[in-house]
Ligand binder design. Structure first.
Ligand SMILES: C[S@@+](CC[C@H](N)C(=O)[O-])C[C@H]1O[C@@H](n2cnc3c(N)ncnc32)[C@H](O)[C@@H]1O
Length: 301
């Protein structure tokens, strides 16, 4: 949907149409700022707020059907009509919290040997809204139909994994779960929930469904998220006797400046050296990595 839409908008820019006027002043924005995603997120939030009129008919996230020949002109007409409203969100960094990544966290936990299966204290750096701090309340099904996690959850991750046979961990519930983010999204606010939903692509139904499920869970128990940089947060982290301290992060390491990466890596290393059989540390990550400079990024968990 977005590919077709963006081709249509590029064409409108070439014709000096409303898209060009909406984006004026942003011509030199750097590529990684994701201007296209800012624009699309801004309009998606208007659709979600029922402020986009007939455009909603083309957005699957609100029950519509994407159809490029009609959807693109409807989008451009909205840009023309609501230029200033759309521009309000062009300076916001697009920010998501991908609940599907909890599969890597839970998959990692289910690899732990019995001696590490004590009470779990979970800590997450760069956790955005902190939705994955609720991972013990999601339900997971692998490709062979084995079920893990919570029984009655609004978040169903299926298929969560294929490959390795994982050992269930009945009764796994985090004794403590705390995260940090430089710019946390507050799920207790309408604005926060709207932002998280607006940056999900409207035709990714499964992704929207799991996000909505996690938002539902977060209403009863909002995740504990500190507004703090990763390295500062890690410096305050301790190990505890009789508990397994789990440090987890996904798709955030690349955003740390080199100096903070080095500081954070040093703290994690030092924590690992202090860990003992009775106060163990587990470090689980899902981060894009290049095995060689010439290779594409891969997600290594
Ligand atoms: C792509 S998002 C990933 C969020 C979440 N981990 C997930 O997988 O859904 C990256 C997150 O890292 C956060 N971030 C960037 N720099 C940071 C820093 N120095 N310390 C802590 N969080 C940071 C951003 O605010 C953003 O929420």
């Amino acid at each position: 949907m977005y590919a077709e839409l963006l081709y249509g908008l590029a064409h409108d820019i070439d014709r000096h149409g409303p898209t060009r006027r909406v984006l004026s002043g942003h011509e030199d924005d750097p590529g990684p700022s994701g201007l296209a995603l800012r624009l699309l997120g801004s309009v998606h939030r208007l659709v979600l707020e029922r402020r986009a009129g007939g455009l909603a008919a083309y957005y699957p996230s609100v029950g519509g059907h994407w159809n490029a020949p009609h959807g693109v002109p409807a989008f451009v007409a909205l840009l023309d009509r609501d230029r200033e409203t759309v521009r309000q969100w062009l300076d916001r960094p697009p920010q998501t919290n991908e609940v599907g990544r909890a599969t890597a966290l839970m998959g990692g936990l289910l690899h732990l040997p019995p001696r590490l299966r004590g009470p779990v204290r979970l800590f997450e750096i760069g956790c955005s809204a902190g939705l994955n701090l609720l991972a013990d309340r999601f339900s997971y099904v692998d490709t062979t139909g084995n079920r893990f996690g919570a029984d009655h959850s609004p978040v169903h991750l299926r298929p969560a994994w294929r490959g390795d046979h994982l050992t269930p961990w009945p009764g796994l519930a985090f004794a403590e779960a705390v995260g940090c983010d430089l710019n946390p999204i507050e799920v207790i606010t309408t604005e926060g929930r709207l932002a998280l939903t607006a940056y999900v692509w409207p035709d990714q139904r499964n992704r929207l469904e799991r996000l909505r499920g996690a938002l539902e869970l977060s209403r009863a128990s909002p995740p504990a998220v500190r507004r703090q940089g990763a390295a500062d947060f890690l410096e305050q982290l301790d190990l505890q006797d009789g508990a397994t301290t789990v440090l987890w992060h996904s798709v955030m390491w690349q955003y740390l400046p080199t100096e903070e990466q080095e500081r954070a890596a040093g703290v994690i290393e030092a924590l690992g050296e202090r860990a003992t059989d009775t106060a163990p540390l587990v470090h689980l990550v899902l981060e894009p990595t290049r095995r060689k400079r010439t290779r594409h990024h891969e997600f290594l968990a």
